[in-house]
Design a protein around this ligand. Structure first.
Ligand code: FAD
Length: 474
């Protein structure tokens, strides 16, 4: 590759903060609010003009990891729960719980058969509902309206005195030894710097950790392959009454079979699901569709460009397919798709502890636990097929050490890129769990500033008791 030599330059400093959070997704927005409420002078840098990350920029929903799917108990508390309740009070989140005591999930240990189906029956039974609309029960999940999330999360950030900076992309760091002194950004206003005592990387892709030289891993251990991306879309004009209770995602067997025949004959693009339900909508006549599947590295802009173009084209094929083949969709129309393709998996940091599938499945206890996960291990095939692996888990603990990247001293990581294996990541990647780790990161960052220590030096018992005070299970 040819290189261009840039002139050396001095970068204007926007401000000196206690804590700078980069990325305003579920993890970052909660981290910033938590740090600010603990008295830290906090800035939140976000590349889009709104908060929410995948929830608003990729129309991903519902919030998973909020309540345990089987026991029903709440896995998150404190600021994330406050936000969800405020959204619900504004009519922008659906908190009704489902009776799922009699719902059993089939566990697929290998990528054999396509999609795992939920069945309603007595515990232990794998009886499946009959057509026309076999359902997957969403159970502990919370469907919501992305516009309400943008509004409420932003209000909460402002009320907590977070300095918000939108339309600003972090592109590098200035570092002294193993400490980051400033994050460098680019925007319409040019190149700028934000300095702080502690930084929180909530970019979903561990961008800041990489800029600072921290080691990261990607994908499956055997070949680095990543879970696929999906551009979610919403349909209007759907006969939702005919779909039954679509607060629960469902896959119609007949439609799936028909779509598979067409895809096998190269007459329809490779697809997932199709999962059609209320996730990022819950209005009569509207559904969210999760069907697109495209593979590649979500941190490579060439791949991203190609996949955005393909995904949009695929969506039009899928909408035409649903209209033609499924009665409730006969008069449907495409309402919108996310401003960006949804990214399930990119980098994970190498932290002081790496959470594994075994830890999760055994619900191993950790002395430095700061949050609870509980979502199924949910791996959409990294191998270019429509397959999916889903494994049930009990609520499990997430150690603080998973938030601490090796090599860099004053950086915490929250949300998707925590230190975990590919399999463990497939559970903790969901938004409820991301918000919970964001809350812990924000509180820990503020504590580190107050005590002039590094995040590694934070008193775990003090952190845990603060989280308890906030009402956050861990
Ligand atoms: C198709 C799909 C379906 C999913 N389904 C569900 C589901 O049903 N329920 C669920 O709970 N989870 C689901 N997930 C997972 C979940 O959405 C994500 O893992 C979660 O949003 C991760 O949260 P995060 O805050 O770590 O990262 P993100 O949500 O990715 O947020 C990162 C934020 O950082 C910003 N950013 C990134 N880089 C920079 C930078 N360099 N400078 C400035 N800003 C930056 C981004 O714009 C974004 O706002 C799904 C994901 C996908 C892709």
């Amino acid at each position: 590759m040819s290189l261009v030599k840039e002139p050396e330059r001095k970068t204007p400093l926007v401000g000196d903060f206690d804590v700078v959070v980069i990325g305003g997704g579920p993890a970052g927005l909660i981290a910033a609010i938590a740090a600010a409420r603990e008295g830290a002078k906090t800035a939140l840098i976000e590349r889009y003009g709104f908060l929410g990350g995948m929830a608003t920029a990729a129309l991903v929903g519902p919030f998973a990891g909020v309540r345990h799917r089987y026991g029903g108990g709440r896995l998150i508390g404190g600021i994330p729960w406050e936000m969800i309740e405020r959204m619900a009070r504004s009519g922008g989140a659906m908190l009704e719980t489902f009776d799922y005591s009699s719902v059993e999930e089939r566990e697929t240990a290998t990528e054999g058969d396509s999609t795992t189906l939920f069945a309603v029956g007595s515990p232990g039974s794998l009886k499946q509902e009959s057509s026309p609309l076999r359902r997957q029960a969403s159970r502990g999940d919370v469907p919501f309206d992305p516009e309400t999330m943008k509004w409420i999360s932003e209000q909460m950030a402002i009320e907590s005195a977070v300095t918000l900076r939108y339309h600003t992309l972090a592109v590098g760091v200035a570092a002294e030894g193993h400490r980051i002194s400033a994050v460098i950004t680019e925007s319409k206003s040019g190149r700028e710097a934000f300095s702080a005592r502690v930084f929180i990387d909530a970019t979903g892709d561990a961008d800041i950790a990489v800029f600072a030289g921290a080691p990261v891993k990607t994908g499956r251990s055997e070949d680095g392959a990543l879970q696929p991306m999906s551009l979610l879309f919403r349909l209007g004009g759907v006969d939702t009454d005919a779909l039954g209770d679509i607060s629960r995602p469902y896959v119609d067997d007949e439609i799936r079979k028909k779509a598979k025949q067409l895809a096998d004959a190269n007459r329809l693009p490779v697809f997932g699901g199709p999962w059609t339900f209320w996730g990022s909508t819950f209005r009569r006549g509207e559904v969210m569709v999760n069907m697109v599947r495209l593979w590649g590295d979500g941190t490579d802009v060439r791949v991203l460009t190609g996949n955005e173009i393909k995904a949009r084209d695929h969506i039009h094929h899928f909408v035409a397919f649903l209209r033609k083949n499924a009665a409730p969709f006969r008069s449907c129309f495409l309402l919108d798709s996310g401003p960006q393709i949804g990214i399930r998996e990119t980098r994970r940091i190498v932290g002081d502890y790496c959470l594994t599938e075994e830890d999760i499945r055994a619900a191993r206890r950790f002395e430095d636990s700061i949050a609870l996960g509980g979502h199924v291990i949910d791996i959409h095939s990294p191998s270019g097929t429509a397959n999916q692996i889903r494994k049930k888990v009990d609520p499990y603990q997430i150690p603080y050490r998973c938030l601490l990247p090796r090599v860099v001293e004053n950086l915490l990581v929250a949300g998707r890129p925590l230190s975990a294996t590919h399999e463990a990541h497939a559970s903790l990647r969901v938004m409820g769990t991301g918000m919970a780790t964001g809350q812990a990161a924000g509180v820990a960052a503020a504590m580190a500033v107050q005590r002039s220590s590094s995040p590694r030096g934070v008193d775990i018992e003090a952190l845990q008791s603060k989280l308890k005070e906030l009402g956050a299970p861990h």
